[in-house]
Design a protein around this ligand. Structure first.
Ligand SMILES: [Fe+2]
Ligand SMILES: [Fe+2]
Length: 187
């Protein structure tokens, strides 16, 4: 009985953690934000990113939404181009494969360096994006890739991408610690 309760507690804790991870869950209620990106959010190619994990438990689709909405908020606050940030953010990792197995499957060991151009080419192929949004996607991995963005919206994406990636990996570590240090000990 006690073990069952602990398992239930563990599952509840995991569910809560997953809910907390989506700290940008407000984006769907933000009608202005949605009006700028509706065509992307509803596109099947964008939705297909839900099949690939980016970091921890976070899918590529959710990672892109989080980066997009955070950088949109930053740009709105500072008077920068928030539409380019919202759209570029959603498409910044549109590489459309599982990067965890990509090197093994293709022999390309340089995903970190090559995926911005792959994402930009896919974004041009499937979506209506302008030159500024293309550059945001192409340069989002700076300083790993040598050329920095030339716009503040691009810099906001660089920051939001690092911040969200750390939070996603950190959340995974926190969940692992919770499981191993708390529940496994009790059970
Ligand atoms: Fe990326
Ligand atoms: Fe990213």
């Amino acid at each position: 009985m006690k073990i069952t309760e602990n398992v239930r507690k563990k599952e509840t804790s995991f569910h809560d953690w997953k809910e907390r991870d989506l700290w940008t869950g407000e984006y769907e209620k933000d009608e202005e934000y949605v009006s700028y990106v509706k065509d992307i959010l509803e596109h099947p190619v964008f939705k297909s990113m839900d099949h690939f994990i980016q970091h921890g438990h976070t899918t590529c689709k959710m990672h892109c939404i989080q980066v997009s909405y955070l950088s949109y908020k930053i740009c709105k606050k500072h008077g920068w181009d928030f539409i380019a940030a919202a759209r570029g953010g959603l498409l910044h990792d549109l590489f459309l494969y599982d990067w965890h197995t990509h090197a093994r499957d293709t022999g390309n060991h340089f995903h970190g360096f090559t995926h911005p151009r792959t994402a930009m080419n896919n974004a041009i192929l499937y979506f209506n994006i302008n030159k500024k949004e293309q550059e945001i996607i192409l340069r989002h991995m700076w300083p790993l890739t040598p050329t920095p963005p030339t716009t503040m919206a691009g810099m906001a994406i660089v920051f939001a991408d690092k911040y969200c990636s750390l939070a996603e990996v950190g959340g995974r570590i926190r969940q692992w610690c919770t499981f191993n240090l708390k529940f496994r000990k009790v059970a």
